[in-house]
Design a protein around this ligand. Structure first.
Ligand code: SAM
Length: 461
């Protein structure tokens, strides 16, 4: 068992990523040693959570300061911050450039000793626990034979998904996440109708960050910082018609609607039917009425034929003032992520799909409209190379400056000019990882130590 593994990748994926980070142009510019160091830092930081929790607040409902006060009070009441000494360190910082963001420092890794009694959760659940969540019962895959409600247990994450559901112990690759108190008996976890809700309340998590489950649901929304930046960069205005082409679960859709003061229309498409309810549920919870969610394949969202349902897709060309293409991607910037199950073939399947979506996006945008393209991955092929391709393919598109611009410039190696690289933003956690200077403290830290992310903004002439 390893306590802090680097992200585990298939050898072919490791080699592919290494080639991205040690590409000829980059090595010539920064040197082979620095390029290799950045790559190694990337592998390390991807398995750790970002140093800051980013909370987007509903400024369409209440001013940020009031929400901040209510949130601090609520988290104190719930004892979300551990011991009284730790509660004292609940500094919530308003983001200096994002008027709807509060930042909370994450403390960790903390020195927590594992207990003899072990409970194992799936990797996805484990990643949520590292970001401050309690263990939800459906995420549990193994418990001690006689687990009772109230037992103290150590929680481990199954890195490779190899633990059989219902096991009593597990010797495979796992990582320690901290200690908690069980809220369930073993029999209520592994039965035909398993319990839902919290299964283990974390009392000594390795990474301490408040659990926001059920906390002021209409006012606070957990969202990675670069995702919030996307909404601001798109710059929606009240009364506009906006398309979010790949929208589920709707974090950015709801942000766009909030930025418009809920006036206008935000059309949210996703091709997976089961995810549409999440978009609608999020919009309801955040009290947003301008969101219209539809299940649809966005590569086919443009047509002059009449739609299947009134006001729904497909749409005639030039139907929207702004389009967000938050593309399906290899997600290699997500943190924490201790193991990538995907193959190189899967990673290589994304650029062609992103280009199909891009074609539809450009057609659906009115002349003079804004298109934002974003991904949560770190490869060149899904980011800078797509921008290079788009500028070459769609002569009506031009790259635009972004506001705010918090990320680094685009990576070398995709053929973009220095000016073009300065116009895109790449959130590169490996560039700030391990820094101990003043810039490593809040609020600056939030801009560097985020997930890996990419944003490009275009204007259609
Ligand atoms: N924008 C979302 C948010 O901020 O909450 C996250 C979107 S996620 C990166 C990509 C989404 O694209 C997934 O929900 C996936 O189901 C959807 N998707 C993939 N291919 C699609 C297609 N052809 N048309 C529409 N949606 C698609």
């Amino acid at each position: 068992m390893s306590i802090f593994p680097r992200i585990s990748l298939k050898p072919e994926v490791h080699e592919h990523l290494k080639n991205v980070f040690l590409n000829k142009e980059l090595v010539a510019a920064v040197g082979a040693v620095e390029a290799e160091l950045r790559f190694q830092r990337l592998l390390l930081c991807l398995s750790h959570p970002p140093a800051v929790t980013c909370v987007r607040v509903s400024t369409h409902l209440e001013p940020r300061e009031r929400i901040q006060g209510r949130l601090a009070e609520r988290l104190r009441q719930e004892g979300c911050c551990g011991s009284p000494a730790e509660q004292g360190s609940l500094d919530m910082v308003p983001h200096p450039q994002l008027p709807d963001v509060l930042l909370l420092p994450v403390s960790g890794p903390r020195p927590v000793a594992p207990l003899p009694s072990e409970l194992v959760v799936g990797a996805q659940c484990g990643n949520a626990v590292l970001r401050g969540a309690h263990v939800f019962t459906p995420g549990i895959v193994a418990t001690p034979k006689f687990l009772q409600c109230g037992d103290l247990v150590s929680v481990f994450s199954d890195l490779e998904g190899s633990c059989c559901r219902g096991a009593r112990s597990f010797q495979g690759r796992k990582v320690f996440l901290g200690n908690g108190v069980s809220a369930v008996n073993r029999s209520s976890v592994f039965c035909p109708e398993p319990a839902r809700g919290v299964g283990v309340r974390m009392v000594e998590p390795l990474y301490q960050s408040p659990s926001f489950d059920g906390v002021l649901p209409s006012l606070v929304f957990l969202q990675n910082l670069p995702s919030v930046v996307v909404g601001h960069v798109l710059g929606p205005r009240p009364g506009e018609r906006i398309l979010d082409m790949c929208a589920a679960p709707g974090g950015k859709t709801c942000h766009i609607a909030a930025l418009m003061g809920d006036q206008g229309e935000v059309v949210a498409l996703d091709k997976i039917r089961s995810k549409i309810d999440r978009i609608r549920q999020n919009a309801r919870t955040l009290q947003l009425h301008s969101v219209r969610a539809h299940c649809f394949n966005s590569t086919q969202a443009v047509s002059s034929e009449p739609p299947q349902e009134a006001g729904g897709p497909p749409f005639p060309p030039e139907s929207f003032d702004r389009v967000l293409l938050d593309a399906p991607c290899s997600s290699l910037g997500q943190r924490p992520n201790m193991a990538v199950a995907g193959s190189l073939k899967e990673i290589r399947s994304y650029p062609p799909l992103q280009r199909k979506l891009f074609h539809a996006a450009v057609r659906l945008l009115r002349p003079g409209g804004v298109l934002v393209y974003s991904t949560c991955t770190v490869t060149l092929a899904e980011n800078e190379e797509q921008v290079f391709w788009a500028l070459d393919t769609f002569r009506c598109l031009s790259l635009q400056p972004q506001e705010p611009h918090l990320g680094a410039e685009g990576m070398l190696g995709a053929g973009l000019s220095p000016d073009q690289r300065r116009l895109v933003q790449r959130f590169s956690p490996e560039l700030s990882w391990g820094r101990s200077d003043a810039a490593a403290s809040l609020p600056h830290r939030a801009d560097g130590d985020s997930i890996g992310f990419f944003i490009a903004k275009f204007l259609k002439s």
